[in-house]
Design a binder for this molecule. Sequence first.
Ligand SMILES: Cc1cc2nc3c(=O)[nH]c(=O)nc-3n(C[C@H](O)[C@H](O)[C@H](O)COP(=O)(O)OP(=O)(O)OC[C@H]3O[C@@H](n4cnc5c(N)ncnc54)[C@H](O)[C@@H]3O)c2cc1C
Length: 415
Amino acid sequence: MALLGGGNSAGQAAVFLASHARHVRMLVRGSGLSSTMSRYLIDRIAASPNIELLSDTEVVELLGTTDQGLRGVRWRNRRTGAEEQHAIAHLFLFTGADPAAGWLTGCGIPLDEKGFIRTGADVPPAERVPLPLETGIEGIFAAGDVRCGSVKRVGAAIGEGAAVVAQLQYRVAQYFYMLGMVAEPVIYLVVWSTIAEQNGGAVNGITAGQFAAYYIVWTLVRNMNIVFGAPFWEWRIREGRLAGDLLRPLNILHYDLAYFAGWKFVVVALWIPIALGLSAVFHPDLHPSALQIVVFIVAIWGAYFVRTMFQATIGMLNFWTTRGAAVFDLYMAIEMLLSGRLVPLKLMPGWVQTLADFLPFKWTFGSPIESLVSDMSTRSLLLGLGAQVMWTAIGYVLFTFAWRAAIKRFSAVGA
Ligand SMILES: Cc1cc2nc3c(=O)[nH]c(=O)nc-3n(C[C@H](O)[C@H](O)[C@H](O)COP(=O)(O)OP(=O)(O)OC[C@H]3O[C@@H](n4cnc5c(N)ncnc54)[C@H](O)[C@@H]3O)c2cc1C
């Protein structure tokens, strides 16, 4: 009996076979095992008297017929050139893996020169940089031995499989997040469209088509005005992340703003098909002028800034209390009513509309939406932007004062 190869697999097989066979010959091309095999296996082979290690040896001929099977093996010493032939009926090959990935050729999934699947940084440069275990085709991943550069171990294959699941879940989570975001306005839209239809086509002059326009634009404004909110401040402090964040050269408000702003581009890309789908179902009455579109694009960022400033200010409460969430919930309830999130403010009593004019909430929801969907004068459009600038400035001043007081209370182990 003989086996071919000097890796760990060959070593394990040799030790296993030695407990069943009288004599096991181990044919190794290299000059020893130390560079290719784990120490514990080398020691076990050395301790097995019936394993004969033949280094610097390569097989040159197999003897036998298809009917008879293997009858003998001839090998050569690579250093001396001397050849030997022995009657051997069983030869085990451990000369390396041959990936069964040839069938992928031609599907656009790049393989390396040995036929293993390239992933992550091993994929030839293209416009898109794949995730670490992603192949050259978006959404197709490879894990385990078949992946180029994998360490060919059970633990690694399992770990890579688990990592792929996490990367897939990230994508699915984004879509579920968007579906969740759509559920709220669709409920409002169905309710108000039904009331409008039962009321002879309109509620307070707002038609079903105008409700559709309002709530479809709502979905975009809502995604744009999601910010690093007060609950995140609680998480940041509780999880001990603030100490690290404080090491940054700029105030962390800048990083929060930039981080969430970058995410908006993903959100807008996901929003477009959702808006098209909702439009096909609800037929929005939407005819904005060029000026309205420009004002809207600025206003959704204004909404983002206003909300960031006020949410960050409320977030400062977490430096004093672990019950900051209660104040945050109150803020959200007021925002729901006075911002145009729950219903267009035009449907609210006159005094509520007046109150809303003097508070920040409306400029983060209703005002940007109306700037696109309603027939507004240039003056009203510009006043809306002016109000956003004013509330951003007020919010920034409030945050700055609160931050200075709050950070003095902060202490962290090791900070
Ligand atoms: C002799 C030997 C000993 C080893 N000892 C150890 C050890 O002690 N410790 C350790 O950590 N690792 C060891 N390994 C390595 C370990 O077995 C592998 O790293 C691990 O099995 C890789 O898992 P995997 O799921 O990536 O691939 P595999 O376990 O090879 O599974 C791939 C599966 O895909 C199937 N398949 C292939 N093509 C297709 C297709 N087109 N369609 C559907 N199915 C397909 C195959 O039939 C196979 O079932 C050893 C390997 C060998 C050969």
